[in-house]
Design a protein around this ligand. Structure first.
Ligand SMILES: [Fe+2]
Ligand SMILES: [Fe+2]
Length: 332
């Protein structure tokens, strides 16, 4: 992985994004930008050098299928997906099995302590420690008419959101992450197609935007553990996604600059929301429950981390997204 990143980096040494590396939207961003001026590639050291691979094939060769054959195979597949814990062992409701198309069992990864890696949605080498020192107060002052339009579009979206969620910040975070994970995927897909059409490199932007989408989706996977969506909230997500995906797609086709500027302002609002979330936690209005296991592994948090620690690292991620999207608005 590291050597692949190195090769890509060498190929695009003139690009800020390639210098920033795969963790552009997380811990490495600030360091990478700082190192760019010195012409130094700032690859994030993989945090998972001690992990052990077992089995055949990687996650990329897996497919998700409905399982309809014998019970033993189901059991072993469920165990594989749930990190060695079968559905019958605990409260695991999602019994979707991950198997290879060729019937080869998924590879298994073992932690240093001998326990099995639980997650199929991210692997150990994709985990990181969030850079929580990032400046949370940075704001791009809108000067051009396009900036102002983006700024006021986001501000106007905030109003109904405040009314709907009030101080239910856990629920608010969960719902807003379903929206926040859309722009990176849309922008990444469109730039991917542009790269194909023009027979030219993307300068690292495709990978960077897809990583942003994945990072936002991990925020959602985390907050899902804290606030379970009700049926009408699920319905709302479907409606909002239907509108927002298409609106953003069209907006990106017309003006990537505007689209990224708007996301930059959305991220500024997300930082504000998470700061309010932290205030409610500190006042004791929201219970500071233990951090979900998925968050502990994804952000390499200590075993006794709490919801507050999770909100702090998620907020830092949003600050990185803010900087990258404002930067993209200038560059693209
Ligand atoms: Fe997020
Ligand atoms: Fe974000």
């Amino acid at each position: 992985m590291l050597s692949l990143m190195g090769r890509i980096g060498a190929r695009h040494s003139s690009s800020m994004l390639s210098v920033a590396g795969a963790r552009l939207f997380s811990a490495a961003t600030a360091r990478a930008v700082a190192n760019e001026s010195a012409g130094v590639a700032a690859w994030t050291k993989p945090s998972a050098v001690f992990w052990v691979h077992r089995g055949y094939g990687g996650s990329r060769s897996w497919s998700t299928v409905a399982v309809g054959d014998n019970g033993d195979r189901n059991e072993s597949r469920n165990r594989a997906e749930n990190g060695g814990v079968s559905a019958s062992d605990g409260n695991i409701k999602d019994e979707k099995a991950v198997v290879s198309y060729w019937g080869v069992p998924p590879s298994r990864i073992t932690k240093e302590d001998g326990t099995e890696w639980k997650w199929t949605c991210f692997r150990p080498w994709e985990t990181y420690k969030s850079d929580v020192t990032i400046d949370l107060k940075k704001h791009h002052a809108p000067t051009t008419w396009m900036d102002k339009l983006a700024f006021w579009t986001v501000k106007s979206l905030r109003w109904p959101t405040d009314i709907f969620f009030q101080t239910r910040y856990g629920c608010r975070a969960m719902m807003l992450e379903t929206v926040a994970a859309v722009p990176g995927m849309v922008g990444g897909a469109l730039l991917h197609c542009k790269s194909l059409r023009r027979f030219e490199h993307s300068g690292g932007w495709v990978k960077a935007l897809l990583e942003e989408a994945e990072n936002e989706r991990m925020h959602l996977m985390t907050f899902m553990e804290v606030a379970k969506p009700k049926w009408y909230e699920r319905a709302l997500v479907m409606a909002v996604q239907g509108v927002f995906f298409n609106a953003y797609f069209l907006g990106y086709l017309i003006s990537p600059k505007f689209a990224h500027r708007m996301v930059g302002y959305l991220e500024e609002e997300a930082i504000h929301s998470y700061t309010e979330f932290l205030k409610e936690l500190d006042k004791g209005n929201i219970e500071n429950v233990p951090a979900p296991a998925i968050a502990i592994d994804y952000w390499q948090l200590p075993a006794d981390a709490t919801l507050r620690d999770v909100v702090v690292v998620v907020r830092a991620d949003e600050a990185h997204h803010r900087d990258v999207n404002h930067f993209a608005s200038v560059r693209l």
